[in-house]
Design a protein around this ligand. Structure first.
Ligand code: NAI
Ligand code: MG
Length: 336
């Protein structure tokens, strides 16, 4: 049994985590859930959106599965997602995008895995005002790229490619303009690529990448890029296969990992039994693979695909089904 910290989160969080834990149990996953709180509910109850005992549990067990958290607009409430990434140095954000059966999109045979650097770049939000008077406001932002962090994420992408028998790594940058920051990222990628002669290496400028992903997404296999480009392109990749409701995500560091859905807490559908658990479910499959329960993950994946093909009527309305969270969960369990 592997101890996993489970953070159901806010909004539809408890509905989709219930579905996921039910399906994993049905499939015989060897996990022991240690439930902890975070987000708005935790804030209302304890005054802290990320209570100490939640952090301590992750420190102890090193792996977490997290539902969506509501981030209230206003001051004093730090993003829990960002806090966890920083605290445990979860430098790899991994987002697979794979075509799913019966999910209607204009793109077929997509199968890519995007690695986004999770701690640096322009995304860190180091901005400031340069005062030039009331009617001439001027703001600036800083982008950070270090050799150390770039090596880690690029190596993570290549190692993943080797381990999962992938053939190609595409590094995405804007080194023609941002020569020092994304130029450094590219230079490190070119060096590391030489250590992996069996993996094809390609680099693309980000604007071209955006076009290529829409024109011919099938050409991409493993993709690695800096934080902000990765933020945008990973959502684009999800869009190719059906959106944020059907794609999983992982945040992985050297000694901790957090698996999560990328969608939010969906306050508009809370309590209606129509939340789609697929995104969190796919994240949990990445978790099972991470803890070497690959066969169980594969069995669940097959059951999901079978459900999509045969029993779409049992799926939730966001993907064209006529069912509920419960009917989907039951159908996947029946197919395992
Ligand atoms: P959202 O992702 O919660 O909802 C956008 C739309 O997608 C809504 O119509 C919602 O019903 C639908 N939707 C989302 N997940 C779904 C699912 N699993 N099944 C079916 N439909 C689904 O984004 P929104 O409304 O912008 O944010 C709501 C709250 O969530 C905010 O407090 C925001 O800060 C938070 N949020 C948290 C994230 C996280 O914890 N990773 C990510 C994004 C937003
Ligand atoms: Mg995003």
């Amino acid at each position: 049994m592997k101890n996993i910290v489970l953070i159901p989160g806010d909004g539809i969080g408890s509905e989709i985590t219930n579905s996921v834990t039910t399906i994993l149990e049905e499939a015989g996953a060897e996990v022991n859930w240690i439930e902890k709180s975070a987000g708005l509910k935790a804030y209302e109850e304890t005054g802290n959106p990320l209570p100490d005992d939640t952090v301590e549990a992750i420190e102890e067990h090193r792996i977490a599965l997290k539902g969506p958290l509501t981030t209230p607009v206003g001051s004093g409430f730090r993003s829990v997602n960002v806090a966890l990434r920083q605290k445990f140095n979860l430098y790899s954000n991994i987002r697979p995008a794979r075509t799913l059966p019966s999910i209607d999109t204009p793109f077929r045979n997509v199968d890519m895995v995007l690695f986004r650097e999770n701690t640096q770049g322009l995304y860190i939000g180091k901005e400031k005002w340069i005062n030039e008077g009331e009617d001439k406001r001027h703001s600036e932002a800083i982008a950070v790229v270090t050799e150390e962090a770039s090596k880690k994420i690029i190596r993570a992408a290549f190692d993943y490619a080797v381990k999962n028998e992938r053939k190609k790594v595409t590094l995405v940058h804007k080194a023609n303009i941002l020569k020092l920051t994304t130029g450094l990222f590219l230079e490190i990628g070119q060096k590391i690529a030489k250590e992996y002669p069996d993996i094809e290496f390609q680099d693309l400028i980000v604007d071209n990448m955006a076009m290529q992903m829409v024109l011919r997404p099938q050409q991409f296999d493993v993709v690695v890029t800096t934080n902000l480009f990765g933020d945008i392109l990973s959502d684009l990749a999800s869009g190719l296969v059906g959106g944020l409701g059907v794609t999983g995500a992982a945040n992985i560091g050297d000694d901790a990992a957090m698996f999560e859905a990328v969608h939010g807490s969906a306050p508009d559908i809370v309590g209606k039994n129509v939340a789609n658990p697929m995104a969190l479910l796919f994240s949990s499959l990445m978790m099972l693979e991470h803890i070497d329960q690959k066969q169980i993950a594969e069995n669940i994946r097959k059951a999901i695909y079978k459900t999509l093909v045969e029993k779409k009527v049992y799926c939730t309305p966001d993907i064209g089904g006529e069912g509920t969270t419960s009917t989907f969960t039951q159908a996947v369990c029946d197919n395992i």
